[in-house]
Design a protein around this ligand. Structure first.
Ligand code: NDP
Length: 444
């Protein structure tokens, strides 16, 4: 089947899965040329096998809340592709989680993991359980019930989950504890663990720091210095806060952050003390970004997003499809020269079209946010060796991996006039490695 026919067929078969179809369509449209140069791929229907997950587990998660009521959520794990290594990808806990979202994330993860240069396949999992407003004990009981159902499908060489939206160190700790009890092994299945039981230094920082390292590589292609640049960031979770931290250390100004309720605007840039406040507010008290505005008296827009403010750089770091065509046009009109995605698929297809047409530096999440899973891969390596590397060693490896991903994007994405289409570069580089591995292993 031709690549484009595969997409049309998937649209017909999965009409209720828009995010999954969006992700597939974006990748397939950019790799069509290279796919058509390899008739051997078509002979084994490779593209269809690469788009459809290897398998999906879905299950009910029953748990008991603090009032003694029995609550039921859905749990899922999408094992997308393991051609180049064990399944690897985060777990998301958010009320919006459904199969379409997890299938898109697992599909993207397969290409992202391929780019990292490490041996990891793609997966994703999660639940429509929201940790928001839940007590610590409720979160623990939910995590235990979730893993009691899923643990048989996991293992250090089979499938290694990590965090994502709504799943940080606390949730990973509870899930790993239950996994260890059920599986009777201590091999480090799960990454993003605390340092005391096999976690890696720099893992919490890795996605945000890695995104900034990728941005620096992009800026260097145009001889642009990050110092003094105004950066709009969305979100105020793990990725957003560590992105802000690294940017500020490099002399950039972070002029906004947000959460699902609204957005703050600090035109002169956050101070270190203010960022520290956000870390504590979000991690310790699980508070709202509006509380920051109350504390420091800055502008707060309920339901707002940061894309309407004058800025040089945008780093969407909250969720999928949070930056649409109008937002892209507003950013461009305000002089934005670079967009580097911390979240997965935060820009809509229309927004991406705008960025590419304007020839600005635009890095898709599967390249720019690959630092997180890269250091997860390094955590797996440390666990297998029963060793712990220093923060400097891990950070240096992270920098090298991000530079390598950037180089792959340039190799496959540079156009005749010198413009680097990072979307095409990332998709093609990620695709070729997985495709070659699938060819070598036969039809499975
Ligand atoms: P967190 O849960 O730590 O933070 C998520 C942030 O995004 C919060 O501020 C949250 O606000 C906001 N948010 C979530 N959903 C929405 C929504 N529907 N609309 C507006 N804001 C929203 O997650 P992470 O920082 O870990 O993840 C952020 C993004 O980065 C996700 O797309 C994730 O897939 C991606 N990513 C994460 C990696 C990691 O290592 N953690 C690795 C690679 C990608 P609120 O508190 O109100 O919910």
């Amino acid at each position: 089947m031709k690549a484009i026919d595969v997409v049309n067929d998937l649209k017909r078969r999965f009409p209720a899965e828009p995010e999954y179809i969006q992700a597939v369509e974006e990748v397939v449209s950019t790799i069509e040329d290279v796919y058509n140069e390899h008739p051997e791929f078509e002979r084994v229907n490779l593209i269809e096998r690469l788009c459809i997950p290897d398998r999906i587990f879905s299950f009910r998660v029953s748990w008991i809340d603090d009032k003694g009521r029995v609550r039921n959520n859905m749990g899922y794990r999408v094992q997308h592709n393991n051609a180049i290594g064990p399944y690897k990808g985060g777990i998301r806990f958010h009320s919006s989680v459904n199969l379409s979202i997890l299938k898109f994330l697992a599909f993207e993860q397969t290409f992202k993991n391929s780019l990292t240069t490490l041996a990891m396949g793609g997966a994703k999992g999660g639940s429509d359980f929201s940790p928001r407003g839940k007590s610590d004990m409720e979160v623990m009981r939910f995590c235990q019930a979730f893993v009691a159902e899923l643990w048989r499908q996991l293992g250090p060489d089979r499938d290694v989950p990590a965090g994502d939206i709504g799943v940080g160190g606390r949730e990973v700790g509870y899930m790993y504890g239950m996994y260890k009890k059920m599986a009777r092994e201590n091999t480090g299945t799960f990454t993003g663990k605390a340092l005391e039981f096999g976690g890696s230094l720099v893992r919490p920082e890795a996605t945000g720091y890695g995104n900034v390292y990728f941005l620096l590589n992009m800026l260097a292609t145009r001889g642009i210095d990050i110092k003094g640049k105004r950066v709009a960031i969305s979100g105020s979770g793990n990725v957003a806060t560590y992105t802000a931290k690294k940017l500020m250390a490099l002399g950039a100004k972070v002029i906004s952050m947000s959460d699902s309720d609204g957005c703050i605007h600090v035109p002169d840039g956050l101070s270190e003390e203010q960022l520290e406040y956000i870390f504590t507010l979000k991690n310790l008290y699980r508070g709202r970004i509006s509380e920051f505005a109350e504390e420091y008296g800055c502008e707060y827009v309920p339901g707002g997003k940061p894309w309407g403010y004058p800025c040089d750089i945008a780093m969407p770091s909250a969720t999928q499809n949070e930056l649409d065509g109008d937002a892209a046009r507003a950013l461009l009109a305000n002089g934005c020269i670079a967009v580097s995605e911390g979240a997965n698929m935060p820009s809509t297809p229309e927004a991406i079209k705008e960025f590419l047409a304007a020839r600005i530096l635009y890095a898709p999440g599967k390249a720019a946010n690959a630092g997180g899973v890269s250091v997860s891969g390094l955590e797996m390596a440390q666990n297998a060796q029963k060793q712990a590397w220093t923060a400097e060693e891990v950070d240096e490896k992270l920098r090298r991996i991000m530079a390598d991903i950037h180089a792959q994007c340039v190799k496959y994405g540079q156009e005749a006039d010198g413009y680097v289409n990072y979307v095409k570069g990332a998709n093609t580089a990620g695709f070729m490695k997985v495709a070659r591995a699938m060819m070598a292993q036969g039809v499975l």
